[in-house]
Ligand binder design. Structure first.
Ligand code: NAI
Length: 414
């Protein structure tokens, strides 16, 4: 069995059951496993993965080991790690280092532990592994063929590193593949953020005023599903195009200052910092629920919540009620960390089947091509193949262009 640091190995059966449940609904990943199992294309790969350690991720990591890789993994967020999944991963030969509720120091120590395997391929979610290598472990860089990044906030950091000329190995931007953001960010977040809210609060969404900060891919999904659940939706934005799009999608658009006294539920999905802060919290009604689904726990200002409050009460798991000095209760879900992962199981299985198929193919691309340092898109044929395998699994046929149509589309004289 692999070396590991997990909370309790005896939880592994429960974890394995969750992993087996998810595997049934991951046809694209199953397809890739069957395609590559004989050739073992990851033989010689040592993969360092920093991902949300839940059942779908476990299927990616186990598949990689079954295809020949040595895999060392840590959780990418203190509250998204599921201890039973870590236990099952350890039993499946993954070198896993994480536990739910880890501190920031423990988190970075787990990242360092994963890097002690001297990886040649990285799978990152938020770019902490890549940043840690560039800050603390530059000696590993010559051995690293490259990696892939899962999320918008991680890609933002990689773009900054790339434009400053400091990114020392190639990274594939999985987030911006069509098979990723159109589904994972939009429909995945759209469903799972409400799954997290409903499970955690046991409250109704219908009839509530929901304020969604950010009308990007995640915000669109969350707003769409809030409306579908019968909420009145208000959007806040900083981008005039997105704001106008939200307006034309039928939502009210206003500043956070205007929305603060109106909302019952607030969700931040911006990838930005302190989107909800002191001047907004001061105007909110008692009993409101605040949740974040952006990658980092900085979108809702926890320092401002603490500064304005007298004490914190906990009546249910994953809800901190900040009791303001004026007596109002402001409820924060999952310590302001990704609501869908801290308070639920993350995106639906069928969605992560797509994202993790892209991750597997991207890791293979990195391992089998000698790319120069930089940020690369997922190869278009890979993006298309993942979507085609999804449609095939769903039994959906689409048309192909006729020769005449192909020629027509190339022309200009009509
Ligand atoms: P995006 O770039 O498509 O959208 C972000 C939107 O927020 C943009 O329209 C931007 O104009 C807006 N925004 C920025 N600052 C703002 C502010 N102060 N007030 C209001 N709006 C503001 O990004 P995407 O893909 O929607 O991702 C958003 C965040 O969610 C990122 O941190 C990403 O990493 C994370 N994410 C989380 C997932 C989850 O499972 N919870 C899944 C995928 C992404």
């Amino acid at each position: 069995m692999a070396d590991y640091q997990v909370k309790d190995l005896s939880l592994s059966e429960r974890g394995q059951n969750k992993i087996n449940w998810a595997w049934q609904y991951m046809p694209s990943l199953q397809f890739l496993y069957n395609k590559y199992k004989d050739s073992q294309p990851f033989k010689g790969a040592t993969i360092a993965a920093c991902l949300h350690l839940e059942a779908k991720t476990a299927n990616l990591l186990i598949t990689l080991t079954k295809l020949g890789a040595t895999v060392a993994a840590c959780g990418s967020n203190p509250l998204s790690t599921q201890d039973e999944i870590c236990a099952a991963l350890a039993k499946n030969g993954v070198h896993v280092y994480s536990h739910r509720g880890m501190t920031t120091d423990e988190y970075f120590n787990y990242v360092r532990k994963v890097l002690s395997y001297k990886p040649n391929v990285i799978i990152d979610d938020g770019a902490d592994v890549v940043a840690t290598i560039h800050k603390e472990f530059t000696d590993l860089i010559p051995n690293i063929l490259g990696g892939s990044e899962e999320t918008t906030s991680g890609v933002k950091r990689l773009r900054a590193m790339n434009s400053q000329g400091v990114l020392k190995f190639p990274m594939i931007d999985v987030n911006d593949a069509l098979s990723k953001y159109l589904f994972d960010n939009r429909y995945g977040t759209g469903q799972s953020v409400w799954d997290g809210f409903i499970r955690t609060t046991n409250m109704i969404v219908a009839g509530k005023t929901v304020v969604i900060a950010g009308y990007g891919w995640c915000g669109r999904g969350a707003a769409m599903r809030a409306a579908g659940n019968g909420a009145h939706v208000i959007i806040t934005e900083v981008d005039p195009h997105k704001a106008c799009e939200a307006l034309m999608d039928g939502f009210r658009v206003m500043s956070m200052e205007e929305a603060a006294p109106l909302g019952d539920i607030f969700l931040t999905l911006t990838g930005n910092i302190h989107v909800i802060r002191r001047e907004h919290i001061e105007r909110m009604k008692s009993g409101v629920v605040l949740g974040n689904a952006g990658h980092f726990d900085v979108e809702i200002s926890k320092p401002d919540l603490s500064a304005l409050s007298d004490h914190v009460e906990k009546l249910r798991d994953n809800i901190d009620a900040y009791i303001m000095r004026d007596g109002r209760r402001i409820n924060l879900l999952g310590e302001g960390r990704l609501t869908n992962l801290a308070c639920a199981d993350g995106h639906p299985i069928e969605i992560m089947d797509l994202s993790f198929s892209l991750q597997l193919e991207s890791a293979l691309h990195i391992f089998t091509h000698k790319l120069k340092p930089g940020l690369y898109p997922v190869p278009a044929e890979t993006d298309r193949a993942v979507m085609e395998s999804k449609l095939a699994a769903l039994g959906v046929n689409i048309d192909s262009m006729t020769e005449e149509q192909i020629e027509y589309m190339k022309g200009w004289q009509e």
